[in-house]
Design a protein around this ligand. Structure first.
Ligand code: PR8
Length: 468
């Protein structure tokens, strides 16, 4: 697509995902079709999280004193917090922060709950709206001020090893989520200056948008004992001694939906991966005066057979031309369509069309249509993922000198380079190129390459990109 920004803006409106005319900047309305996509995305998320996390719901307001407790954390968020100062006409004794994220809402409670090693681990998550007064250009789903779908997990452990293992596990969970939607990603350890405020380290997922800019679509933070020390989360270990607990947190947002839309969409509109498509298949009866009843009866029969197998199916019986129906469902990205007209019925056949490839498949009406549809959905899922990954892989180019960065970025590429890992050096690289260092793709590698800035031996394979 020529202009991704424009395409993305238009598709949200045309496919009726969100309406961004709400009169507050950075806040939009989820429309019914978009809400369905969001619902299925959350189902993917919850199915994976529910295996061994407990879902909870904490209040949205945080007392100023709690928010301010963790110095580094509050510094990281101070410019982004919305405040509640009044209840009606009464000025509140203490300002209340609207959560930008929930560490400072949850951890004072964790401090009350954790007493002994037998209370650990705690693994909780909540899906809530959070608010960040973003100063960069806002865009629906991508950079919003009300993050409507903030899916955040918080865990507490009794050892540093277990905490590290949970951070690794959260990376595995996020891989599974993105994989099931065919969203390709680069994983990197964020540089010191870009880690989550208060974290020991941050592992981040970035996807590449069609314009070559990267979008951070999820982060996993190892918090060590930083917050436990601030919020006094201690436990009695097996030896009867009191220790600070170890914590992790990880989160994804509305951006996951933006990434799925961007990864697979095309000139005709959305191409939804089956897992999050509101409907898997649309049945379109081609009606003429003669044989209309028989066509409708057969279509209903197919619909029921598909429904019985758990396939999300709809029949478009609107009194409009079939061509308009094809156009609409192409725009909305339904993975498959089923067409049946009187002549097809006479020949005992129907046509199934694939949204992703445009391929038309003739099926015999005596065949097991549900089985065929189910196999096609699996192929679509596999093919969408493979295509998106191939694109990501060809978008990453390795450079050996900083002069190569600008042309590569101009060519919409993500840049990979060998780096010494020095913070000062990294900041200088960002300044010189005006491109962000995403982080370390591989740490502590054996290489004879040198850092493109200082010329010292390189230790890591790092990534740079223009970012959203
Ligand atoms: C945490 N605490 O908060 P994080 N619009 C859309 N998506 C956003 C925005 C925004 N303005 N800001 C961030 N995200 C930790 C982990 C609890 C959970 C998305 O981490 O600040 C980004 O994809 O990194 C980001 O990776 C994710 O939310 C988590 O936010």
């Amino acid at each position: 697509m020529e202009n991704f920004s424009e395409w993305f803006h238009d598709i949200l409106e045309e496919a009726q995902i969100t309406d961004s005319r709400y009169p507050i900047k950075g806040m939009s309305v989820w429309l019914p079709y978009g809400f369905q996509i969001r619902k299925h995305t959350l189902n993917v998320y919850k199915d994976l999280m529910d295996v061994d996390h407990d879902e909870v719901l904490f209040p949205m307001l945080i007392p100023e004193a709690e928010l301010a407790k963790e110095g580094i954390h509050v510094k990281g968020f101070e410019d982004e917090v919305y405040w509640v100062t009044h209840g009606g006409k009464t000025e509140l004794n203490e300002k209340l922060a609207i959560r930008p994220t929930s560490e400072t809402s949850m951890y004072p409670m964790f401090s009350l709950w954790v007493r002994s090693h037998i209370d650990l681990p705690i693994k909780q998550y909540q899906v809530v709206n959070t608010f960040r007064y973003e100063t960069k250009h806002t865009r629906p789903l991508i950079r919003v001020r009300e993050i409507t779908t903030f899916a955040e997990a918080h865990t507490v452990h009794s050892s540093a090893e277990e905490c590290k293992e949970q951070t690794d596990e959260s990376v595995r969970i996020y891989k599974a989520i993105f994989d099931s939607m065919g969203i390709p990603y680069l994983i990197s350890k964020r540089p010191e200056w870009d880690k989550f405020p208060g974290a020991e380290y941050t592992m981040a997922f970035d996807t590449i948008m069609p314009d070559g800019k990267t979008l951070q679509i999820g982060t996993c933070h190892n918090l060590g004992t930083t917050f436990a020390k601030t919020f006094d989360i201690t436990f009695e270990n097996k030896e009867g001694e009191h220790e600070y607990a170890y914590q992790t947190c990880y989160g994804i947002s509305d951006r996951v939906i933006a990434a799925a839309i961007a990864a697979h969409g095309d000139e005709k509109g959305l191409v939804l991966p089956p897992k999050i498509a509101p409907k898997h298949i649309t049945i379109i009866p081609i009606i003429f005066k003669d044989g209309a009843e028989e066509v409708m009866a057969k279509c209903s029969e197919v619909k029921e057979a598909l429904q019985a197998k758990g396939i999300r199916v709809q029949m478009d019986t609107r009194d409009i031309r079939p061509g308009k129906k094809f156009y609409d469902w192409e725009l909305k990205g339904t993975p498959l369509r089923f067409e049946l007209g009187p002549r097809d019925l006479k020949n005992n056949i129907a046509i199934i069309g694939r949204r992703d490839t445009g391929e038309k498949i003739e099926v015999n009406l005596d065949d097991d249509i549900a089985e065929i549809v189910s196999n096609l959905l699996t192929s679509i899922e596999t093919d969408l993922k493979a295509k998106a990954w191939a694109k990501l892989e060809e978008s990453v180019v390795t450079v050996e000198s900083l002069d190569e960065v600008a042309p590569a970025v101009e060519d919409e590429k993500v840049v990979q380079f060998y780096w010494c890992g020095d913070e000062e050096c990294g900041q200088a690289i960002e300044e010189e190129t005006n491109v962000d260092v995403l982080g370390l793709r591989e740490e502590n590698i054996e290489t004879d390459k040198v850092c493109p800035h200082c010329g010292k031996p390189a230790k890591h394979l790092a990534l740079m990109a223009k970012t959203y």
